[in-house]
Design a protein around this ligand. Structure first.
Ligand SMILES: [Zn+2]
Length: 59
């Protein structure tokens, strides 16, 4: 049913909310079926949060 998993770049863009609407739909439907990618998204979100906090402080 699942041919391939989401790659990390896609997960990072999705976590940052900078993925297009069509791709976001693909990603969210994959996530609904795939706990493995959901776990990787959680890790990507934590990493992304750390990055944005660091770049905010740099201002
Ligand atoms: Zn997956």
């Amino acid at each position: 049913m699942i041919n391939h998993h989401l790659n990390e770049a896609t997960l990072l863009f999705y976590a940052a909310g900078s993925l297009g609407d069509a791709l976001s739909l693909v990603v969210s439907s994959h996530l609904a079926l795939c706990p493995e990618c959901r776990e990787r998204l959680r890790i990507a979100q934590q990493a992304g949060g750390r990055f944005s906090r660091r770049s905010r402080r740099r201002r």
